[in-house]
Design a protein around this ligand. Sequence first.
Ligand SMILES: [Zn+2]
Length: 895
Amino acid sequence: MPLFATPAPKPARALHRLCLLWLAGLLGVSALPPTWGARPAPAATVPMRLPTSVVPQDYQLHLQVDPDQPRHQGEVAIRLQLQQPVPARGAIRLHARGLQLREVWLETGARRWRGKATPVDAERVDLHFGQPLPAGPALLTIAFSGTVAEHDVFGLFRQQEAGHWAVFTQFQADGARRAFPLFDEPGWKVPWTLSLTVPQALVAVANMPVASEEAARPGHKRVTFQPTPPMPSYLLAFGVGRFDVRDAGTAGRDAGVPMRFIVPTGRAADADLAAGITSRILAALEAWFDMPHPYAKLDSLALPLTTTFGAMEHAGLVTYASTLLLASPAERTPQFEREYVSVAAHELAHQWFGNLVTLAWWDDLWLNESFASWLGDKITDQVQPAWGWHTSVQRARAAAMRADRLATARRIEQPVLQDEDMGNLWDAITYEKGQTVLAMFEAWLGPEAFQTGVRRYIGRHAWGSATSADFFNALGEADPALPAAVRSFTRQGGIPRLAVTLLCSDGPPRLQLAQSRLLPLGSPSLSAQRWQLPLQVRTPAGSTRLLMTEAEATLPLPDADCPAWVQANAGGAGYWRAAYAGDGLARLAAAPGLSVGEWLALLDDATGLHASGDVDSRQALALVRAAAVHPSGEVVQAAMALLRHLEPLAAPGEQAALAAVWQAAFGARARALGWQHLPTDSDDDRLLRAALLPAVAVRGDDAGLRQQALQLARAWQADRASLPADLRVPVLTAAAHATGPGGGPVLFQQLLGVLQSSTVRTERGDLLTALGQFRQPGLPAQARAVLLQPQIDLRDSLWPLLRAQAADPAQRGEVLAFVLREQAGLAARLGGEELPRLPGLFNGACSSDEARRIEAGFAPAMARVPGGRGALARTLEAVRLCTAWRARQASGLSD
Ligand SMILES: [Zn+2]
């Protein structure tokens, strides 16, 4: 929906130039290899799909774009193949949203017809020509104009950085139709020739290298890019602005890929990390696929601000949120390095997965995203082995299961039948669940055999489109049992619960196993489900495997005597939660040699099994204490997460007992680490310090740590270099909870002053998080009022501040009242893409009363935005589950 007034359209332009464009395009296309060309999309039986009787062959697209102007105009020439005649009253249907189509022409052979555009709905138009059109080749030309968005980071949009406007694009999934009329479906994979008329002084970049540049109207130039290889519309991208272009030489096999970083003026040096490491990521990917990077170049373009995404894999022109790509030396933290490398590896993996081989339709989005995350993390681990990045599988598993525990969870292979369905696709099910399922079956099949299957799939469908069935066929050649097993996870939602009973009497040691869907307390009963679980079980005597296809199974163990412990998820990548009978959980936690990944899975399983009533608080607290002393900071953080999970159970009178648990488990370690980074620290120490110190200071009620933090916060205001960027939030969080001279309202006002003057995006985000931490009377409301100042950009300001407040049960009611009261104003300043995220602020709510207020307050607005209904339903289910869980589990703190 448009959020600002649309100026009147400008006069129509003469159209005769379009034919010349097209001829020039034909010459360009004829140079492409003969195997490249359009593949018809699958039959359009879905109402939102376009008919398959009109097949686009290639595009010549010219846009006039001036970042200082809120509108753009252009012409597009689309070479078509009409598969059947179009009757006189028939139409050619294509996508256009919010565009004025000024002139429409169709040519077949020597004949030429003028067309008339009739809107079908907000997304589609019908072109009528009033004549029967013959089957065969045709050329469709359209002159159009439209609006360049300012709030939305979607479609064709502009943003300001350091006083200069720049224009960018984000077309996935259906944004291209906001920029120009087209057949906007991913299965139409065709060559594109793009030209841009832009102000003379600006830089214009796109997917391909520049083919020619010529003078246009006074003060402007026309930049024409080389034709692309076959590419879906969602991968088309360009940027126009006052950029610095940092040349990073060439990368890839035979040094064949020119690499550049395109950044806001003056920030070239901030791309140091990216410029140094990206070629290594690319080389590792080429080696994994045994195939060179598929495109002519690799540019990385910084977007000042993104909202619902961090980066986008456009062929040859990857776009990144500036905070992911760029960091000054002072802002370059271990977290920044991990984020850039893992995100870049994900986006570059897409150059094969998604770009070279594209999904035929959006219901196979998981083929892009699961693979890019799974392979991107594998490559990150290769490029930076010291980071221990292989545990990303357990992080993904935890995120996936948080989403997948809900009865409303969707499945990985999700039918996309209407525009509304598109709003729900980019989530933890597509990314993290898909990634975990791939990792699980890779572990089952073995990395080499899995890689061979994937290479076979990529080789078979290169430059074309593919479906899940194509992928399963390729995998099935490695192991015929695999496709059905993988599908048992991709075609149904939910987490398998594996009941594990060790039997040692009346025969040799064996496991009695039973699978069902894991249902958190308070879940509706669901029909019975079954998976094909690739079980890898470890006991003191060794490992055992079983592809468990039935509801129940007996697994003989290799142990001569009754084993001391059973690990029913060896490696920790299995997508099930093992519920051990008797003292099986405690025995496993005491087992020697559990890997970090196994600990992470075990601790996360404890949160899920506590929610389902399989584990009680006493068992969970014992696990927290056991894991708190683990040498790995990551395991300690998982133990902290388990303790935070238990916190809503603490009664008001148990707060001191809860703080004592924090202190007993983590206090000594926090104080030993201290607030200052040391030259001898590992990255693990630094990451743990940032997580542990504020938790112990606030949740562990450690007045000493809070006072130290207040001193550091005061010193930081005098000398901003005194605090490393990764300690800003931890120190300011703890300081916000400090009392006494210089704390409370004094510190609040000081931080507010720093926020008004700070121009560093990451620092501003940190300050907003810190402002969300103050609890003294009046300050939370003052912090929220900051968001009502018109000069604040809500898109990157609202979330850190309100998330920090909404996480506190004592604040949540006020935050909810504020968001509902200001909803319309906040929505207008956030942009449409972000609206469905608002209910998620309250996922931690835990009472029927809150559920009622959330439902009543958000339902009307969420019904109007794509994905809104689903997002609200998931929040409501989470709140109701928490309510039921709190009614049925005891805190265990008074035992
Ligand atoms: Zn991706």
